[in-house]
Ligand binder design. Structure first.
Ligand SMILES: Cc1cc2nc3c(=O)[nH]c(=O)nc-3n(C[C@H](O)[C@H](O)[C@H](O)COP(=O)(O)OP(=O)(O)OC[C@H]3O[C@@H](n4cnc5c(N)ncnc54)[C@H](O)[C@@H]3O)c2cc1C
Length: 294
């Protein structure tokens, strides 16, 4: 996170994800004058930026993904909407919901998940050992690993700052990057490059199996662009790998909505924009009912 943002303790609505779906949701929340926050990554969104040419976005024939991305940002800027670069690592259902990430947490009455889809599969053992040595925010759990050995699996550069932080606390930090151009890593960190086979342990993490090697570790942290939704919110109902929603974009948890690629195929910008806007309108209805019943 390039600048420190101090959250309010409470929002009416939190939108998690700053791609097409999240931005479309934010626009409707702003028009309806809601007290909301739009959360995302440092770069929103790599998928949109990578689209070489988009031919199917109504009103914008033959537009490059990057140009469309800039237009979305301009739209947000004109409306005074800020994207806060802060990765949510846990959401605890409420009401109100509690959203947790690096160094901070806050509450929101309603939440829209617009987190996109991950192209990386879960590592065998990851889901089973989540919270028992497996985590997605090393700096949040750092003190628990004082003098211990951890492995950091990073699919983007976000892992570097986390590994450097852990190097000051842990006795050994392994770093396993799955991206090119490593930036700055503390010299105490041991880099490894091999296929990740599994995370092992019965009650808690005991080892990481990397190729033919078994690394004895106490903790494993994974850094991906998109966290698996079912790991972000426990008991979230999934269907064929996507968040299960109805036509109102409601999930199985009251007050929790989902929109965009994270609700399943087709992975398309128009679907993401439409679902984002719709999820926001329905979340607002939910918030209004919540208010009336207070
Ligand atoms: C190469 C390529 C070409 C494409 N071409 C087309 C095309 O021509 N037409 C078309 O319709 N579609 C196209 N697509 C698909 C389109 O880009 C996606 O459908 C669209 O980007 C989905 O938007 P989204 O908002 O659901 O998710 P995303 O765009 O993936 O955005 C999700 C955002 O949420 C953030 N995020 C995730 N988890 C968290 C968290 N826990 N906390 C905070 N932030 C989080 C991520 O960092 C990301 O920025 C293309 C995709 C690719 C990769």
């Amino acid at each position: 996170m390039s600048k420190t943002f101090t959250f309010k303790s409470h929002y009416e609505l939190a939108i998690v994800g700053c791609g097409t779906a999240g931005m479309a949701a934010a626009i409707n929340a702003k028009i309806r004058n809601k007290n909301f926050i739009l959360l995302g990554s440092e770069f929103c969104s790599p998928k949109l930026a990578k689209a070489p040419q988009v031919d199917n976005f109504l009103g914008f024939p033959e537009i490059e993904g990057e140009e469309l991305r800039q237009r979305f940002f301009n739209h947000l800027k004109e409306m005074g909407i800020e994207i806060v670069p802060w990765k949510v690592t846990n959401i605890y259902p409420g009401p109100p919901f509690t959203l947790v990430g690096k160094d901070q947490s806050f509450e929101a009455d309603g939440v829209i998940l617009a987190t996109g889809v991950s192209t990386q599969k879960l590592v065998p053992g990851e889901a089973e050992l989540l919270g028992r040595g497996v985590g997605y925010c090393a700096t949040c759990d750092g003190p628990l690993y004082k003098g211990k050995t951890v492995a950091i699996i990073a699919y983007d550069r976000e892992g570097e700052a986390e590994a450097n932080f852990m190097a000051d606390i842990c006795s050994v930090v392994y770093y396993i990057p799955f991206y090119k151009k490593i930036g700055h890593l503390d010299e105490r960190i041991i880099q490894k490059k091999d296929k990740i086979k599994s995370i092992k342990g019965s009650q808690k993490v005991e080892a990481l199996i990397l190729g033919a090697e078994e690394l004895k570790v106490d903790g494993v942290f994974l850094f991906r662009e998109n966290l698996p939704a079912e790991q972000l919110v426990l008991d979230l109902r999934m269907e064929k790998g996507a968040i299960a929603v109805n036509h109102q974009l409601e999930t199985n948890i009251p007050g929790l909505y989902a929109a965009g690629d994270c609700t399943g195929q087709p992975y398309q910008l128009l679907k993401a924009a439409g679902e984002g806007g719709t999820a926001a309108l329905n979340a607002i209805k939910y918030l209004d009912t919540l208010q009336e019943n207070k």
